[in-house]
Design a protein around this ligand. Structure first.
Ligand code: NAD
Ligand code: MG
Length: 297
């Protein structure tokens, strides 16, 4: 594969991951995974689609958000990334690649499940970038729990704070800075419509993100701000190895999609680029499913 524009068989663009069972504490460090996911480091080719834009990507240190940060930079955007302090090594890797693309990289560690931090995060990003016109709410928490009796009140609340409340707090803080042509892109999941029985809290947040985005898209259309969603299917990232799935599911991760292989973060980034760029001017309130051929409503 040369770059994302190479014509090949999409089903076999990547092999099956067949991950060995592995465990890391939350949030998981991508650099310590086996194998390390492909974020498009060697393959993503920019064509100037986001020239001069200023983007904030939460969870931009690794996985899907990391791939998005690389792609945005190669398309010409300056990028601020938010992540947890434990992920500094992953964040440094992404910042290096953003700078190698000739763009500004801003590292903003902190916990987005805290409302005050979300407001500080936006202020710091706006300050460092000199404005903001692309917001990607992508940070996510996923911890599999088999039985409802074992799903703690604390986890249920923390999953919602991280996946839904943070998007609300960050978007609200960003709004005064977003002019016409700005875009908000939220990250949902196939789980929004196909909830796994051991991910009740997580799947419910993803349904909420879809719904919230479709309502907000209508509210913000008169201001010229578009709001869209990307809904990934099974993608090989640190989420899986830090409690996101059971050992059995990790071993069978490749079997979840129609393609019978996991997706790689590099395959998600172009969807975010499309939704961030003005070529999607007539697209708002949409969920773009990137899931290896899984049917969705
Ligand atoms: P990832 O672990 O690489 O990225 C998730 C990021 O969320 C972490 O890097 C971390 O920086 C951030 N995060 C988590 N809790 C945080 C907190 N309290 N404060 C600040 N940052 C926090 O995994 P990923 O799979 O790339 O996840 C990105 C998004 O994609 C998530 O919203 C996830 O739900 C969604 N998603 C992933 C899959 C998949 O199969 N990997 C499928 C559907 C949706
Ligand atoms: Mg990470």
């Amino acid at each position: 594969m040369t770059d994302q524009y190479t014509f090949d068989d999409p089903v076999h663009r990547y092999g099956r991951v067949e991950p060995p069972v592995q465990h890391q504490p939350e949030p998981g460090v991508q650099g310590q995974m086996t194998p390390v996911p492909d974020l498009g480091e060697e393959t993503y080719r920019g064509t100037g689609r986001l020239e001069g834009r200023k983007a904030l990507v939460t969870g931009g240190d690794s996985g899907i958000g990391g791939a998005v940060a690389i792609a945005f930079a190669r398309e010409g955007a300056d990028v601020a990334i938010s992540y947890l302090p434990e992920e500094e090594a992953d964040a440094a890797h992404i910042a290096e690649l953003v700078e190698a693309a000739g763009r500004k990289a801003v590292r903003l560690p902190g916990d987005v499940s805290d409302a005050a931090h979300c407001r500080e995060l936006v202020a710091a990003a706006v300050d460092a970038l000199g404005g903001l016109d692309i917001l990607v709410n992508n940070a996510g928490k996923q911890i599999a729990v088999e039985n409802l009796e074992d799903l703690s009140d604390e986890q249920f609340e923390q999953t919602f704070r991280t996946n839904v409340f943070a998007a609300f707090w960050i978007t609200k803080a960003a709004l005064p800075h977003l002019g016409p042509g700005s875009t908000v892109i939220n990250t949902a999941s196939l789980e929004a419509y196909k909830p796994a029985p051991d991910r009740l809290d997580y799947a419910a947040t993803k349904a909420a993100i879809n719904n919230l985005s479709k309502g907000l898209a209508q509210q913000l259309a008169p201001r010229g701000i578009r709001v869209n969603v990307v809904a990934p299917g099974p993608t090989w990232t640190a989420l899986q190895v830090s409690g996101g799935v059971s050992d059995e599911q990790m071993q069978a991760f490749d079997d979840e999609s129609t393609y019978q292989r996991s997706g790689q973060p590099a395959e998600l980034a172009p969807a975010y680029v499309f939704l961030a760029s003005p070529e999607s001017s007539y697209v708002s309130g949409e969920t773009l499913n990137v899931n290896g051929g899984m049917p969705t409503p």
